[in-house]
Design a protein around this ligand. Structure first.
Ligand SMILES: CSC[C@@H](O)[C@@H](O)C(=O)COP(=O)(O)O
Length: 335
């Protein structure tokens, strides 16, 4: 099934906080519950957040039919649920633009967002796999971080979509997945998806990723993105920037796989992107058990900014941008 979908007037999604041990669904019929599901990362990953924003706006348009001010206020709450991934606001705005045509038009637009996500991810994955094999040969070992798989999208995935496409080409040898502190999306979600795909994989602690690259165990890094600025700076899960530094040291390409909807041409550089800072408990406790003294100060950045100079390629459904060679997302191209 899709990670997130619309069924019988409700938003239905895989409850990601329960994976890998329990595969259960959340069924959501209020905007408040959807905002809460996004905040607690039951629904997460930039493209899935775009779908959630669009479906949540469709839900609001039905619940508050005839009251556009209430729909707009619900849309504002959805947009603000998480600040960093541009797809969330983009999904809300796409659906909201149809409000004047009635709730069914808003829903039709939201469902189009979901369908396009599936098609974009397939296309960018195929393009990324082709570029990697043409550049490096194969079969390849890939290092990834966080979860940019089917669970982070409607289906298929972006970085793990490239992995799927490499495997379809018989060009995949192995995947190294970083556990992704503090919420362990790599350990809980990426290794679950890789096991499901029957892809040979190894889970490493985040601080071992540099050694994986320095020892030549991985040929390339492939990650997703939450927002890509006009100059090619990439905002993604915290730990991506150190991975890019390690890739540069090892001479391995740093590849970012993302749909065009993740590119934010209105934001000139990564410095202007709001980086979500999450609660201390995620750092001072582990699985509910305290691991640091109560009251210890924390700085729990959920994302970091990888400078364009460290990004070898950004692969989208339409193009390949080469930021470290001077390419920029805002370069002119046929849209
Ligand atoms: C295709 S998903 C790309 C990104 O959204 C992903 O790498 C990521 O950083 C997700 O962070 P999360 O905090 O789990 O929502």
């Amino acid at each position: 099934m899709r990670t997130i979908d619309w069924r019988d007037g409700r938003v239905v999604a895989i409850e990601q906080t329960r994976l890998p041990h329990d595969r259960v669904l959340v069924e959501i019929d209020t905007v408040e519950d959807l905002v809460s599901a996004i905040k607690r990362l039951a629904i997460r990953g930039a493209p899935a957040l775009g779908a959630a924003g669009a479906l949540g706006t469709a839900l609001a348009a039905r619940l508050y039919a005839g009251d556009p001010a209430a729909v707009r206020s619900a849309a504002a709450a959805l947009r603000a649920a998480r600040p960093t991934a541009v797809n969330l606001a983009w999904g809300v705005d796409r659906a909201l633009a149809r409000l004047g045509q009635g709730p069914e038009a808003v829903l039709a637009e939201a469902l189009a967002v979901l369908q396009e996500d599936v098609e974009c991810n397939r296309a960018l994955s195929e393009r990324g796999a082709r570029w990697l094999t043409e550049s490096l040969g194969g079969p390849l070992a890939i290092q990834t971080h966080c979860n940019a798989g089917a669970l982070a999208c409607v289906e298929w995935g972006t970085a793990l979509g490239v992995v799927r496409s490499l495997r379809e080409r018989d060009a995949l040898r192995h995947v190294y997945a970083a556990e992704t502190r503090p919420l362990l999306q790599g350990a809980r979600l990426t290794s679950w998806e890789l096991a499901d795909m029957k892809v040979p994989h190894t889970l490493v602690v985040d601080s071992a990723s540099a050694s994986v690259l320095a020892r030549g165990l991985a040929d390339a890094v492939v990650v997703g993105a939450d927002r890509i600025a006009a100059n090619g700076d990439v905002v993604n899960k915290v730990g991506t920037f150190p991975l890019a530094l390690a890739a540069a040291h090892a001479g391995a390409p740093m590849v970012v796989a993302a749909p065009e909807s993740t590119i934010d041409l209105a934001t000139p550089t990564g410095a202007e992107v709001e980086i979500e800072i999450r609660g201390s408990d995620e750092v001072t406790r582990w699985g509910g058990v305290p691991v640091a003294l109560a009251g210890t100060d924390t700085l729990n950045y959920a994302f970091d900014v990888t400078p364009a100079a460290l990004v070898t390629a950004i692969v989208t459904e339409r193009r390949i941008i080469l930021p470290s060679a001077g390419g920029r997302p805002d370069d002119r191209y046929e849209r």
